[in-house]
Design a protein around this ligand. Structure first.
Ligand code: ATP
Ligand code: MG
Length: 575
């Protein structure tokens, strides 16, 4: 696997899936109809990988004037919950997609699936196997050896039907019988060696309750769901490629039996998203949450969509990302910086600018009147005058960034140092006169003189030529806020994979690669306008990056901020 963004497609937005649809439209296969679906299993929260699939499926529907269904693939009763259904609906909506009236649940099709299975039995294309699961495993064969037929494979149709009905009626315990498709135990594709299609499970289901005690296997249910909904292009990730012959077999057999008209939905596989410095697997995400490595499903460090939202990522950023990485037929790793850059590009457009001092040092203007306050006007966006300006209070005591002062300046340091002149952004030019230290030699206060005729925007201001331009906040007016700075959740690009010197693809525990320092909570001093920020309002804190008011922890008049992403790609390069 390579670590790259796939090369740009021949024409913008074109990819092999669009080519297939274009070809179908040319041949008139579907009379121009395009129906896709996004089929999550409600057993966890959606992650960034799902966003790729959502943007792809809903995006194709948008492009071709078609429709994309949101379908819950809830055929496995054990791990599914309403909480996840609600979370998934919220996340797809947040991404800005609309399934109109096409919200479906696979469990609503259980009756049809059962009827389909009976049809296969009647057609002699499915049988009840009464071997133990251990025996079945032994008879399945291997990649190099064919399997052997079950002794029950030739069971008469009437007996199969009778058993299947009694299975449905709850007459048997879990694991005693299985319904299998009758295909070919010698097939080179193991998935075609009489796969199981129905199993007994005396468990209640989050939507159908205790109505059923036998449930269809995913690989049998999925093509039926697609056919019931008249899906044209059933897009899934590459791991299902070997299942495609069975997908086709099921639909073909059911079309023969009169259940579905032709043409039948077509399965198309694409490469799943792999993103560096994170994990995109529900199982691993559940582990991170359950073992409390993060604070919950929407922890801003987690690659869930609810986490992304709290982090301040935007739906537009995800769409841009999906478009940029494209879809391919082979697996690759995408660097996290690609996603971050997409977010940055969108946030740069929409986020008003504000001033924040994250690591404060006091600056006192010795010739400025002690009791005065005046206002400096700052533009909300350097390139968008229509976003207006706001007033920032200016006074004798200001907070500046500690790193903006050096008592003995290094070569090329143009910020504040004794004798140096800088502009306080949107305010006055000041000249440093010295500093004060505590007993440990730590600088506590910096002193400067201001030039009364140098205020930005006034006629005389241009005569001052300075190299440094510092941001600042008035001490008396600053909003002292909680700000969370996030770092990546893992310390290495491929968590859980053996590093250099190890064998390619060898697994180690991904939890060993957790970054134990992925969150820093600080008290920062913000310009007073930020007190009014509403939950989820986004800003650029000049020089520091993009920040969002946390949607859960902010209270009116006292927002808490999360850093979405730094201004530049500086991860792992500092500290
Ligand atoms: P996981 O592998 O994280 O457990 P899953 O595939 O089991 O996820 P589903 O709920 O079945 O999760 O996924 C719904 C859809 O999202 C499927 O069509 C699946 O192929 C797609 N999908 C899941 N993970 C990714 C990914 N990393 N990149 C692209 N699409 C994905
Ligand atoms: Mg799945």
């Amino acid at each position: 696997m390579t670590s790259s963004v796939p090369p740009a497609a021949a024409s913008p937005g074109s990819n092999f899936i669009r080519n297939i649809i274009d070809e179908d439209n040319r041949s008139g296969k579907w009379d121009g109809r395009v129906a896709t679906r996004f089929p999550p299993e409600p057993n966890g929260y959606l992650h960034y990988g799902h966003a790729k699939s959502i943007c792809l499926n809903f995006g194709l529907a948008e492009t071709y004037g078609g429709i994309c269904h949101l379908r819950f693939d809830d055929t496995n009763p054990e791990k599914e919950e309403q909480e996840y259904v609600d979370g998934i609906i919220g996340a797809v909506k947040w991404l800005g997609f609309d399934w109109q009236q096409h919200l479906y649940f696979a469990s609503d099709y259980f009756d049809i699936m059962y009827a389909c299975a009976e049809s296969l039995i009647k057609a002699g294309r499915a049988y009840i196997d009464s071997q133990s699961s251990e025996e079945m495993r032994r008879h399945r064969g291997t990649l190099t050896e064919p399997g052997t037929d079950s002794p029950w494979r030739t069971r008469p149709i009437e007996e199969n039907l009778d058993l299947f009905r009694r299975m449905k009626a709850g007459k048997f315990a879990d694991g005693t019988h299985v319904l299998r498709a009758k295909i070919d135990m010698a097939s080179p594709n193991i998935n075609m060696r009489d796969p199981a299609i129905y199993r007994i499970r005396h468990v209640s289901h989050h939507r159908t309750g205790s109505k059923w005690c036998l449930y269809p296997m995913y690989t049998f249910a999925h093509p039926i769901e697609d056919a019931i909904e008249n899906v044209t292009h059933s897009i899934c990730t590459l791991e299902f490629e070997d299942q495609r012959p069975f997908y086709d077999w099921v639909l073909d057999a059911l079309a023969d039996a009169g259940h579905f008209p032709r043409p039948l939905p077509r399965q198309i596989e694409f490469a799943r998203l792999n993103l560096t410095y994170t994990v995109l697997s529900k199982r691993k995400l559940i582990e991170l949450v359950d073992e409390k490595h993060v604070t919950g499903w929407d922890d801003p460090r987690l690659p869930t969509l609810s986490g992304a939202r709290r982090r301040g990522f935007t739906p537009e950023g995800f769409r841009c990302f999906a478009e940029r990485i494209g879809v391919a037929k082979s697996d690759s790793w995408i660097d996290m910086s690609v996603l971050e850059e997409c977010m940055r590009e969108h946030l740069n457009e929409i986020a008003p600018r504000r001033i924040a001092v994250l690591d404060p040092l006091k600056l006192v203007l010795i010739n400025y009147p002690g009791d005065a306050t005046e206002y400096c006007q700052a533009p909300n966006h350097p390139l968008k005058p229509d976003l207006g300006r706001r007033d920032m209070p200016f006074a004798r005591e200001l907070w500046i960034e500690r790193e903006d002062f050096m008592e003995t300046p290094a070569k090329g340091f143009h910020r504040l140092a004794p004798g140096n002149t800088v502009r306080l952004r949107y305010g006055y030019v000041v000249k440093c006169t010295g500093c004060e230290k505590d007993a440990n030699g730590r600088i506590t206060t910096v002193f400067a003189e201001y030039f009364p005729d140098s205020k930005s925007g006034t006629p005389g201001a241009d005569q001052y030529k300075v190299k440094g331009n510092l941001h600042w906040v008035s001490v008396a007016h600053a909003y002292n806020a909680e700000v969370r700075l996030y770092d990546r959740l893992f310390v290495c690009p491929h968590p859980g994979q053996r590093r250099e010197g190890g064998l390619e693809g060898m697994e180690r525990n991904f939890l060993d690669d957790i970054n134990t320092d992925s969150i820093r909570v600080i008290k920062a001093l913000l310009e007073p306008a930020l007190r009014a920020a509403k939950p989820e309002e986004r800003f650029q804190f000049e020089r520091h990056g993009y920040f969002v008011a946390d949607r859960h922890d902010s209270v009116e008049g006292a927002p808490v901020f999360n850093r979405t992403v730094a201004l530049k790609d500086s991860w792992m390069k500092t500290g």
